[in-house]
Design a protein around this ligand. Structure first.
Ligand SMILES: Nc1ncnc2c1ncn2[C@@H]1O[C@H](COP(=O)(O)OP(=O)(O)OP(=O)(O)O)[C@@H](O)[C@H]1O
Ligand SMILES: [Mg+2]
Length: 242
């Protein structure tokens, strides 16, 4: 069963194509890594799936239906560097936002919603920062707040852009153990990931991209192939010519 189906996807920023002719199925119930060098188009791929960028061409379906019909089933953790953290808001309220899809924006969160938010914070080891302003946390702590928020959503599909970037090894283990627990509940997880050394510990499948799709296979097959070298050496097309 596929969670995400992508056909013939081409994305450009101001007419410069950054993703070229991507055909890809992400399987349900798997933990899939999106891997490739800086500027390969990994974040752009996630944004296209979520309809944050408009593709030049292509079709994308989620759980064999439209994105719109599945919005409440998806949690997204953006890449850390792209988030403006100056907004004055308490850690607990950031996490509680994860509940609003279920409770509705104009209703008050119930005790149950607050408990769910608190548990997610606790799972990320952040309960003592509950009343802090978000901008008073370290980079890795902020990242864990965003992950806690995603955990609260009870999503079927978690799409995370480098969730482990800048978190310490201890937190990394907590986060990935949590992902494995979610997988056992049948959830689907997609993460942009940079550390090739931990691919086999955490991921079932790997999607290698560098402007175009280099390979998509089981982690074992990817690690036993020359695709990784290929993904990091070749560029899909000449950027200067675009
Ligand atoms: N909003 C934008 N406007 C114009 N160009 C963009 C925009 N966002 C990204 N790009 C360009 O598109 C290309 C792909 O960017 P993207 O952020 O998808 O890469 P990435 O694989 O996520 O890289 P990283 O590993 O550094 O996060 C890069 O060349 C980048 O400079
Ligand atoms: Mg990125």
């Amino acid at each position: 069963m596929r969670a995400i189906h992508i056909e013939d996807l081409t994305v450009a920023y101001e007419e410069n194509p950054v993703l070229w002719d991507i055909d890809l199925d992400i399987y349900k119930g798997n933990i899939t890594a999106i891997v490739g060098p800086n500027g390969a188009g990994k974040s752009t791929l996630l944004k296209a799936i979520l309809d944050f960028v408009k593709p030049l061409s292509g079709r994308i379906s989620i759980f064999d239906s439209s994105l719109k019909k599945n919005l409440d089933k998806i949690a997204y953790v953006p890449q850390r560097s792209n988030v403006n953290w100056d907004f004055p808001i308490k850690v607990f309220d950031v996490v509680l936002m994860g509940r609003y899809k279920e409770i509705g924006w104009f209703k008050k969160p119930s005790k149950i919603d607050k408990d769910i938010a608190f548990n997610a914070l606790k799972e990320m080891g952040l309960e003592k920062y509950i009343d802090r302003q978000i901008n008073e946390l370290s980079g890795g702590q902020k990242q864990r707040v965003f992950i806690a928020r995603a955990l609260c959503q009870n999503a079927e599909l978690l799409i995370m852009d480098e969730p482990l970037a800048g978190v310490d090894q201890y937190s990394e283990k907590i986060i990935m153990n949590k992902m494995k627990e979610l997988q056992k509940q049948g959830k689907t997880i997609v993460c942009v990931h940079h550390d090739l050394n931990t691919l086999k510990d955490y991921f079932d499948r790997v999607v290698l991209i560098n402007r175009y799709l280099v390979a998509h296979d089981t982690t074992e097959n990817i690690l036993n192939s020359n695709h990784l070298t290929k993904a990091y050496q070749e560029v899909g097309f000449d950027e200067t010519a675009a």
